[in-house]
Design a protein around this ligand. Structure first.
Ligand code: ADP
Ligand code: MG
Length: 233
């Protein structure tokens, strides 16, 4: 009887523990320039302001995220650069301690860091501009996620977010159709092309800090909400 009670309790505790576990979100695709770093910084900024405990891991040898976060108003967000591919898993594990969310920003070319980070992710976010090159690279990235799922024997969720979208252009419709044809899950939110991403970056801000009521901020919030729902945050 006591044993039964204990085992029920431990199941509940395990469920609570699992629920509290750090969510690792990896931004990746083997194509450069698709907004990985911009979305990583903006999501970190948004969740940090919402008083969630966040941390960033910069796995890109160019260290764009690190340079950005070190510039100014985002300095209080804990982050670490790890360009040694073999160390990426340890680095994510170490910084995960006492964090709700760790966002990992990957370089825009196929590399081991990408595979390792995908392997330990709660969610893989694949940003893709509406262009043939980006769609093809996103599909390749989807295949890497599928293989990593098989390797780790667990389902690794992934979703594509369309970025730098110019509304009403045919290429957006075409890209969406391509992803649908390949059964690739898409976020409802698309990130529009807005110069605030470029200007705010110069000053070490994101659209969240630079224009809290702006359209770019609304889109990042909507994307963050979708992720929150998916990850039960
Ligand atoms: N939604 C956007 N609208 C306009 N420019 C953007 C947007 N997202 C990113 N950029 C710009 O595009 C370039 C590449 O973005 P970045 O986030 O560094 O991509 P990645 O990390 O995928 O290489 C940067 O100059 C950035 O300011
Ligand atoms: Mg980048």
């Amino acid at each position: 009887m006591t044993y039964k009670l204990l085992s029920v309790k431990s199941d509940v505790l395990l469920a609570v523990y699992k629920d509290k576990m750090t969510k690792v979100i990896t931004l990746c695709t083997s194509k450069g320039g698709t907004s990985k770093t911009s979305i990583a910084a903006s999501l970190l900024d948004y969740w940090n302001k919402k008083e969630l405990k966040v941390a960033g891991v910069d796995a890109d040898p160019n260290c764009n995220l690190t340079r950005w976060l070190d510039k100014g108003s985002l300095k209080n967000i804990p982050h670490v650069a790890q360009t040694n591919e073999g160390e990426i898993i340890n680095t994510v594990e170490n910084i995960s301690d006492n964090r709700d969310i760790v966002v990992v920003d990957i370089a825009g070319f196929g590399n081991q860091s990408m595979v390792y980070a995908i392997g330990i992710s709660s969610l893989v976010v694949i940003p893709s501009r509406p262009s043939e090159d980006d769609v093809l690279e996103a599909l390749k990235t989807k295949q890497i996620v599928t293989n990593a799922s098989k390797l780790t024997r667990r389902e690794i969720p992934y979703k594509v977010v369309l970025t730098q979208v110019k509304a009403g252009t045919l290429v957006v419709e075409h890209s969406l159709k391509q992803f649908q044809a390949f059964n690739v899950p898409l976020f409802d939110t698309a990130i529009a092309f807005r110069t605030i991403y470029q200007t705010s970056r110069f000053s070490g801000e994101t659209p969240i800090t630079a224009e809290p009521q702006g359209k770019a901020t609304k889109e990042i919030k909507a994307l963050a909400k979708e992720i929150e729902v998916q990850l039960n945050l």
